[in-house]
Design a protein around this ligand. Sequence first.
Ligand SMILES: CC(C)(COP(=O)(O)OP(=O)(O)OC[C@H]1O[C@@H](n2cnc3c(N)ncnc32)[C@H](O)[C@@H]1OP(=O)(O)O)[C@@H](O)C(=O)NCCC(=O)NCCS
Length: 174
Amino acid sequence: MGNIERQVLHFSLLDSSFDKKSFNCGKQKLNEYLACHALRHQGIGYNRTIIMHSQDSTKIIGYYSLCSYSCAAVEFPDNTLKGFPRSGSIPCTLLTKLAIDLEYCGRGYGKELLTAALQQVLDSSKRIASVMILVDTNDEEARGFYEHYGFSRLPTQPFKLFLPISTLEMATRK
Ligand SMILES: CC(C)(COP(=O)(O)OP(=O)(O)OC[C@H]1O[C@@H](n2cnc3c(N)ncnc32)[C@H](O)[C@@H]1OP(=O)(O)O)[C@@H](O)C(=O)NCCC(=O)NCCS
């Protein structure tokens, strides 16, 4: 088990100083992405990856990646896009990856990481419009995590989930 007992968490843009190779969330695709692709994708502006870690530590507790995205308006249920044109596409932010190292799972770190990602999306949407947060989940376990936090399934793509940024904004005002 990790020896971080609710220490102050830090969030930093991925750079080469972090120990990417030893990260293990139990899902090969997500481990491999961080170890082999995330830094290069960041370098070419394809994705941004944020690392959750404790102060002065290169150990990665968790990470998430975000990029811009657009999705056809017709993909969303009617009642979620009131006032928006139904033709064309909707500006979105895609949460492409999010994972916690197995050593730290089940202790609230996933919640902290998702909260940080959602806050970053909300802040960015005030400067560059984004209407929805989307996330691609690969399995029922991951889908369950996002549904726990109010994400809904796209009707035609049940493993792609969305959360209106207006909902997020209302939740943060409470
Ligand atoms: C999914 C994942 C991020 C959860 O992280 P975690 O640190 O174990 O989660 P937390 O301890 O912060 O749990 C926060 C809440 O989510 C709930 N939760 C966690 N995993 C869940 C799941 N699979 N389904 C439903 N709820 C879940 C917890 O019960 C907890 O609820 P509570 O606050 O009401 O008590 C982590 O298990 C992980 O990285 N899995 C592998 C990678 C993955 O599948 N990522 C998502 C797809 S990109």
